[in-house]
Design a protein around this ligand. Structure first.
Ligand code: BMA
Length: 805
């Protein structure tokens, strides 16, 4: 055994609370350990959040013992490998202080040999208080660097600490200032050579072949054997004296890696081994560029993979759980598979969270999910002092070195909304030049480091951003760069505001909903089943969130009849909002080449913009995304003089499409019917059907349009268009929906057209479809895809719009 693993059982105590001595499992965090030991209640339940804040106002100590043999001690080095140490941690061995960490995002390797002895050894990690250190650092700044205290963070100056920014709360996040270590802890024996890193470079040749250059970075004398395997090829090398040994492999006709929906994800196994140490990676061979060319609109924002333009479709990612112990492999898998099942091909790792675990990127490589990777700065200003840069520089190097060989990573982005934040505070508004220069100093540093560590990818200064050295308003300028479009949610615009822009790439836009009734039952005591109850208000972190949801009801819908229907309608409303943007922008291809809605997931049960609830249950929006992100989709677009259906093909294949458009009245009578049949070219977006308004001889309130299509290689898809977006004014007929169970399927029929027909049950297993339109006379078969069938059958509820009021 060349490594000693220190994962597993440690003990946890606090100098301020010596009476507490409880087990903690590492990798893991203190809050989770305290909850498991019943020292605190579940912070996610009811209004418990406020009662557990004392934990962050204490220091914490974790420790354990481990054995070292004489043989192990005889090694040249005994390297402790540590990463994701959160955050201000002093590590001691046998009472001697060895090392202090100050940045959660660093990767450490520390030789412990001189501190260790044969037999029992004790390792202790002492976590200091970040809130106190943040205040101390604020006092030392040459000028104030404001943060979004109150709106997002519940603690001041957390922008000065290199720690997940949303730990101290966000506008969807609980404030849990956790401490702990979140990656495996290993001591590596080093005999003759220290294997430090392995990096690859793909050099594409004009004949379609690729040379893969593998660089092994190590510390050793010359002549130590190193074995490198790539795919089915092997090479035996001897280490060179300068610490860099290279191997070149050639693939004449490589199996290309593609984003999901555009092709397969073959991965070549790379293994470098020497002296009982090894580094393994799986390499996807692909070319990837960001096309920012100037055009007659502004400039493009389009990812190209293997030369083919990609329509990036997906959502923004936040940490899986506010308690890192609960960020399990299974939860990563469920969420990322759900993203792919909803036809997403890109995930943005948002800058207020964390550089994700290795497992996240491995899964994205496997699943074909492109990753837009922010550096971890968000919604605040940051210093550019020498001390701060000295803290950040090694972090960025560590992370780029760790991640750069993943095929999934499409882009390195400097931060989230930090350019925008220049306009948020009096200090920076009143002295914008100074703060813009301060911004640029840090941002340029990030740029330089990233280009050095990974010349193969683009650095994008910020999200959103109009382009390099452009500090303009990327919240509203839609002709270049990426956009965060918040006019609907944060500025109270109507849903059709999404139709007022043609973004080149919209990397954030969102609309909140309340959790489903099933989710509510898991964290809200029954007395608080009311949207203005204390539990509901403490699980709504956006100050005006509940008012916006309710006010939007009054604009568009008849007011729902009770608590359960309010929850349901809030998810209908959210789905309509995001669908409005996505389908319109998809019909603007190739002007628009990307849409990532805010946000995919929740890190605790909460009212938020997510499309997947904390439990993993799909909200209605996620079912809609599955349709509007489908490789072949049929967006309705209203022009000044017609209603049109586009066909949009986001794939490399030509597709045969057949279907029909119908106009239907509220009783279900079909008033008009038009077939669709055509061959859709790869990447094509075309108007497949239109009805000029001049030919409309009907009242806009009398009927709706509905399209169904079937394309080769795709599921049947549907879309519904209401000539009048104010549902409250429509004469919807009460639908009587019949539900029958047939094995693993649910059969649904309705006497009247039914909209947003949504199946929900108390488990989390999903259905093959939900939140759909059900025409009268149609029989819809929905498969249940979960594992808790008995619970599903016992608790199944079917909602629809006509029965919500
Ligand atoms: C965005 C994000 C987050 C935030 C969301 C909702 O701009 O970057 O900071 O949670 O808006 O307000």
């Amino acid at each position: 055994m060349s490594t000693i693993c220190l994962d597993g059982a440690w003990s946890l105590t606090s100098p301020q609370h010596p009476e507490i001595s409880v087990p903690i499992t590492l990798p893991g965090d203190n809050y989770h350990a305290l909850m498991n030991a019943e020292v605190i209640e579940d912070p996610y339940h009811g209004v418990n959040e406020k009662d557990v804040q004392w934990v962050a106002q204490s220091e914490w100590i974790i420790e354990r013992t481990f054995e070292i043999s004489a043989e192990q001690l005889a090694c040249q080095f005994l390297d402790l490998h540590l990463s994701r140490v959160d955050t201000l941690a002093t590590i001691s061995i046998n009472g001697n202080s060895v090392f202090t960490c100050s940045n959660m995002f660093r990767v450490h390797r520390i030789d412990l040999k001189r501190f260790l002895r044969e037999g029992d050894n004790r390792i202790q990690v002492h976590f200091a208080r970040v809130d106190i250190e943040a205040k101390r650092r604020a006092q030392q700044l040459p000028f104030p660097i404001p943060s979004s205290m109150g709106a997002n963070n519940q603690l001041p100056h957390m922008n000065l600490i290199r720690k997940t920014q949303c730990h101290s709360g966000w506008d969807w996040g609980i404030c849990l200032v956790v401490s702990g270590i979140y990656d495996s802890i290993q001591i590596q024996q080093v005999k003759q050579i220290r294997l430090e890193q392995v990096k690859t470079e793909q050099n594409w040749l004009p004949n379609g072949g690729v040379e893969v250059l593998v660089t092994v970075v190590h510390q050793s004398v010359a002549g130590v054997p190193i074995e490198v395997n790539f795919g089915s090829q092997n090479m035996n090398l001897l280490s060179s004296a300068d610490g860099i040994t290279t191997a070149r492999f050639y693939e004449e006709s490589p199996n290309l890696w593609w984003p999901v929906g555009y092709g397969d994800q073959p991965l070549y196994q790379l293994r470098v081994s020497t002296d009982e140490q090894e580094i393994c990676k799986r390499i996807g061979l692909r070319r990837l560029e960001l096309n920012n060319e100037t055009d007659n609109i502004g400039s493009a924002m389009e990812f190209r993979v293997n030369g083919f333009p990609i329509m990036s479709k997906g959502a923004n990612w936040i940490p899986v759980d506010a308690m890192p112990s609960k960020q399990t492999a299974k939860r990563y898998e469920t969420l990322l598979r759900s993203a792919v099942d909803a036809n997403m091909n890109m995930i943005r790792v948002w800058g207020g969270g964390q550089y994700e675990s290795d497992y996240f990127y491995e899964l994205c490589d496997e699943l074909g999910l492109l990753v837009w990777q922010d550096m971890m700065f968000a919604c605040s200003l940051y210093p550019s002092t020498p001390e701060f840069i000295a803290d950040v520089e090694p972090e960025i190097r560590d992370q780029i070195q760790r991640l750069r060989d993943h095929a999934c990573i499409a882009l390195w982005c400097g931060d989230n909304e930090v350019i925008g934040a220049l306009n948020w505070y009096d200090e920076s508004r009143n002295n914008r030049d100074k703060y813009a220069v301060n911004y640029d100093r840090l941002n340029r540093k990030l740029n330089d480091i990233i280009v050095q560590e990974d010349p193969s990818r683009c650095f994008w200064p910020s999200s959103p951003c109009n382009g390099g050295l452009d500090f303009g308003d990327a919240w509203h300028e839609d002709n270049r760069g990426d956009m965060h479009f918040w006019d609907v949610w944060h500025s109270g615009g109507s849903f059709d505001a999404y139709l007022g822009i043609k973004p080149r790439f919209c990397s954030e836009f969102g609309f909140q909903s309340w959790p489903s009734f099933a989710e509510v039952k898991t964290f809200v005591p029954e007395d608080d089943w009311n949207v203005t109850s204390p539990t509901f208000e403490s699980h709504q972190k956006n100050n005006s969130g509940n008012s916006i949801i309710t006010e939007m009801f009054t604009r568009y819908f008849r007011f729902p009849k009770g608590f359960e229907q309010m929850l349901y309608l809030s998810q209908v409303q959210q789905a309509i909002a995001i669908k409005t943007g996505c389908e319109y922008w998809r019909a603007q291809s190739p002007i628009c080449r990307g849409m990532l809605f805010w946000q995919l997931n929740d890190n605790w049960p909460v009212s938020s913009w997510s499309s997947i609830e904390y439990s993993g249950r799909w909200k209605q929006l996620h079912y809609h995304a599955r349709r509007f992100y489908s490789p072949v989709y049929c967006p309705f677009v209203e022009t000044e003089d017609a209603i049109t259906v586009h066909l949009s093909n986001n794939s490399r294949e030509n597709r045969q499409v057949a279907g029909r458009v119908v106009r239907v009245d509220w009783h279900g009578e079909i008033l008009g019917e038009w077939p669709i049949a055509m061959e859709l070219k790869a990447d094509q977006n075309i108007i497949a059907w239109q009805l000029p308004k001049a030919e409309w001889e009907f009242d806009e309130h009398s009927s709706f349009f509905h399209v169904t299509i079937e394309a080769t290689g795709s599921d049947v898809n549907q879309n519904t268009w209401f000539t009048e977006p104010k549902f409250k004014s429509l004469n919807l007929q009460r639908a009587n929906i019949q539900v029958e169970v047939d094995g693993d399927s649910i059969l649904l029929t309705s006497d009247k057209p039914a909209f947003f027909v949504h199946l929900e049950h108390d488990g989390v297993g999903r259905f093959s479809d939900s939140s759909f339109t059900l025409l009268s006379g149609e029989m819809k078969r929905v498969r249940y895809l979960g594992e808790d069938k008995a619970l599903m059958l016992e608790s199944l509820r079917v909602y629809d719009l006509s029965n919500s009021y």
